[in-house]
Ligand binder design. Structure first.
Ligand code: ADP
Ligand code: S3P
Ligand code: MG
Length: 179
């Protein structure tokens, strides 16, 4: 991002692992920063009329990544927006390049324990349909943490404060980042 673009909330991308709160916190933080909120997965679901699970079933992960990359390209053209991405959006170099070039990228961190607790009942994430969720999440973290790190302008750890307080802290961190 150039210095001229570095205004609060011009375009923010939240990245990070499943269950880090990109969707939940993103919506609140967008409100606090008076930005439009958009969730990449929700956009894919509403534009296809299919759930993420069904897309994975029919087209495989590769098909989903294709749709995700195309959706991100569209979303990166909006202004005054906070975009919550899916946890694997950082996998494609083109996505990383797009997000770094067009916005402020925030890595929402979460421990595997937090992920497991928060996603205990979740059945909507195809990559979590594994017999050993901890192992799966650890493998994903080993693969992806270096990518989150590489693309992020800011890393944010939520701690155990509860969603409303964490959203306020994240909004504050973003304001300070842009000052
Ligand atoms: N900081 C947090 N503290 C407690 N619960 C959280 C936090 N962030 C998210 N959650 C909960 O975890 C679940 C998954 O959050 P979600 O926003 O869908 O994560 P992501 O979009 O990163 O996968 C939701 O039930 C949400 O309420
Ligand atoms: O980590 C991933 O590869 C994925 C994360 C999901 O989004 P959240 O990170 O919002 O759960 C969703 O995009 C899809 O199930 C794949
Ligand atoms: Mg999400």
């Amino acid at each position: 991002m150039s210095a001229d673009d570095a205004r609060p909330g011009h375009r923010i991308f939240l990245v990070g692992p499943m269950g880090s709160g990109k969707t939940t916190l993103g919506r609140r933080v967008a409100d606090l920063l008076e930005l439009e909120f958009v969730d990449c997965d929700d956009e894919i679901e509403s534009s296809t009329g299919a759930s993420i699970n069904l897309i994975f079933d029919i087209e495989g992960e590769a098909g989903f990544r294709d749709r995700e990359a195309r959706m991100l390209e569209c979303l990166a053209q909006r202004d005054n927006v906070l975009v919550s991405t899916g946890g694997g959006a950082v996998l494609l170099p083109a996505n990383r390049e797009l997000m770094s070039r067009t916005g402020t990228v925030v890595w929402l961190k979460a421990t595997v324990d937090q992920q497991i607790r928060r996603l205990e009942l979740d059945r909507s994430r195809p990559l979590l349909q594994a017999p050993d969720r901890r192992k799966r999440l650890e493998e994903l973290a080993a693969q992806r943490d270096p990518l989150y790190e590489a693309v992020a302008d800011l890393a944010f750890t939520s701690g155990g404060r509860g969603v409303p307080l964490v959203a306020q802290a994240l909004a504050k961190a973003l304001r300070e980042h842009h000052d």
